[in-house]
Design a protein around this ligand. Structure first.
Ligand code: ADP
Ligand code: MG
Ligand code: MG
Length: 250
């Protein structure tokens, strides 16, 4: 079965429980939105899925295409095609975007298999076109001096180059103006299809006007408290999160 499945996931940081029994199934071919008030575990969920060592899983499982990934290192998870676009992208001094993309693509290959120049360059050309980005950008150092919009666009560039099976996008919309948002969403939408599954984590509905999710889940206090269609995101936008909190305490 080609799906990302999260079963009764509990995780803590510094001994403090943050995730308290998350259950989710995202089949390949579907993008699900994760929404919820700040501080309720959305980013923690993203980081646990990619294997951030700061977080301890205390119970439950994460299955990627039926394989439990919890014992895997982050790079092994990446090789299974799990890709995280992060809320605060890192700067890596001295590494150009081109180098980085080449290394990241190589890391996804089986041992002994090379990323050919033609493959690399062809993909790069088409990705840059989708993102309306000039080729000179790839000679710049990764994220150094990038504006918020450039960082986000660079994340989508990585995604287009790596062709992940599952994407986890954490607040990719934060700090983007409408034009940048449309370009980022266009990049994601260009990848949609039966091979791609993913979680789009966002506090606001705005991004979901451009990337229409197949399902929407609301996370409150480390649990999924509500699941619905795109209309649920709209409700969040007009009514805020108070009704969810009432629902959860009822
Ligand atoms: P969200 O993304 O929904 O805003 P987070 O997952 O970032 O929420 O945070 C959930 C809770 O876990 C918050 O109370 C936050 O302070 C805490 N937390 C998350 N990461 C860490 C960390 N590395 N160290 C200490 N506390 C953390
Ligand atoms: Mg937050
Ligand atoms: Mg967050």
């Amino acid at each position: 079965t080609h799906q990302l499945e999260i079963r009764n996931l509990h995780a803590s940081v510094e001994g403090q429980p943050i995730l308290k029994g998350i259950n989710l199934v995202v089949p390949r071919g579907e993008l699900h939105a994760i929404m919820g008030p700040n501080g309720n575990g959305k980013s923690t969920l993203a980081k646990v899925i990619v294997g951030d060592p700061e977080y301890t899983v205390t119970e439950g499982e994460i299955l990627v295409d039926g394989q439990n990934i919890l014992e895997m290192e982050p790079d092994e998870r990446a090789r299974l095609g799990v890709f995280l676009a992060f809320q605060y992208p890192v700067e890596i001094p001295g590494v150009t975007i081109a180098n980085f993309l080449r290394l990241a693509m190589q890391a996804r290959k089986a041992e002994g298999e090379e990323v050919g120049f033609a493959e690399f360059y062809g993909k790069l050309q088409s990705a840059l076109k989708t993102l309306e980005w000039d080729e000179s950008i790839v000679e710049r150092y990764l994220n150094a001096g990038f504006s918020g919009g450039e960082k986000k666009r660079n994340e989508i560039l990585q995604m287009l180059m790596l062709e992940p099976n599952y994407i986890i996008m954490d607040e990719t919309d934060s700090g983007l103006d409408v034009d940048a948002l449309k370009i980022v969403a266009g990049g994601v939408n260009s990848m949609r299809g039966e091979n791609l599954g993913g979680l789009i984590i966002t506090h606001y509905q705005r991004l979901l006007d451009y990337i229409v999710p197949d399902k929407v889940h609301i996370i409150l206090d480390g649990k999924v408290v509500q699941t619905g269609g795109p209309e649920l995101a709209k409700k969040m936008d007009t009514q805020g999160y108070d009704w969810v909190k009432e629902l959860a305490t009822a």
